[in-house]
Design a protein around this ligand. Structure first.
Ligand SMILES: Nc1ncnc2c1ncn2[C@@H]1O[C@H](COP(=O)(O)OP(=O)(O)OP(=O)(O)O)[C@@H](O)[C@H]1O
Length: 287
């Protein structure tokens, strides 16, 4: 297993998970992934994932992988502050995210979810401008400096030409880039993205993933992205967080995680097998 050591986490620039448990308080869940696992500090029946310790440094692209329904979105929503942790702590640059006000968190954390929210008749530039709200005064009016940041954010995702277009009329790929620009316009320390490439064609998936890595480096952001695009992400990620079928979190450089066999134990099935040598999936036999 390639669990991240916790010794440097308290002072590391970026995101740190400290013995974190995530899940739902109202509905009783008893995932098989937690059955029989020791040391859980949460009441049974609630946690989707527990005992998570990991780091996602600034300047790096961290990719969150795992089978369907294992808890990736739940974890991202918790990291974004959209639902409270059941136990443990999330730190950003050493600060406990749980102790921050919503406004403070909005200045630090940019979130791009897959949910199609109703945007109304907003243009792309107006939507990206909403990303400035954590920084504007009570009127919410954008200054010239805010507009300049909106233009910069659209440029950064190669979407300046979309500025005047109604968001509702954009393609999925165009819209995804605009949503990323909105998160960038927040000038956050960290951006969380839930399956940003889910509806994109192969070239767009590569473009968006490469863009995320570039933004992490150029803006010194901690970028954490969940995806099912395993082969691509193992090529471009600086770091992998892989939740296996038992709910255990494996972290490290893609080489380490692949070498540990965790990708195989997480994804191999009757019909399909991950080949660590080629880092691709292959059929076990004729279908
Ligand atoms: N609002 C909710 N209330 C209760 N349980 C939920 C809620 N949302 C999700 N779950 C459950 O939490 C578990 C994890 O779901 P989650 O969406 O986090 O998984 P995921 O890894 O993102 O899945 P996928 O890869 O299919 O998108 C599932 O068992 C799911 O049914």
């Amino acid at each position: 297993m390639t669990q991240t050591t916790q010794t440097t986490q308290a002072t590391q620039a970026g995101l740190c998970l400290e013995d974190l448990a995530v899940g739902y308080r109202r509905r009783a869940l008893r995932p098989s992934s937690l059955r029989g696992r020791p040391g859980r500090s949460v009441r049974s029946g609630r946690a989707v994932l527990a005992g998570l310790s990991a780091a996602a440094p600034r300047g790096q692209l961290t990719v969150l992988l795992g089978p369907n329904g294992i808890g990736k979105s739940t974890l991202l929503r918790t990291l974004a502050g959209l639902q409270p942790p059941l136990a443990g702590r999330v730190r950003l640059d050493g600060a406990d995210l749980g102790q921050l006000s919503g406004a403070e968190r909005a200045r630090l954390v940019g979130v791009v979810l897959t949910d199609r929210v109703q945007i109304g008749l907003l243009t792309a530039a107006e939507l990206v401008g909403l990303g400035r709200h954590p920084h504007t005064g009570p009127t919410g009016r954008l200054t010239d400096a805010d507009h300049a940041i909106v233009r910069w954010a659209l440029d950064a995702v190669h979407a300046r030409h979309l500025a005047g277009r109604p968001v509702d009329e954009l393609s999925d790929g165009e819209r995804q880039r605009v949503m990323m620009a909105r998160a960038l316009a927040q000038e956050p320390s960290m951006i969380l993205l839930d399956e940003p490439t889910a509806f994109l064609d192969a070239p767009s998936r590569v473009t968006v993933t490469a863009l995320l890595r570039r933004l992490a480096r150029e803006r010194n952001l901690a970028v954490i992205v969940s995806t099912h695009d395993l082969e691509l992400s193992l090529r471009v990620a600086d770091q992998v967080w892989l939740v296996d079928r038992t709910g255990a979190l494996h972290t490290g450089h893609p080489d380490e995680v692949v070498g540990s066999g965790a990708v195989n134990t997480s994804f191999d099935g009757d019909d399909l097998r991950f080949d660590p040598a080629t880092r691709t999936f292959e059929l076990r036999g004729p279908l």
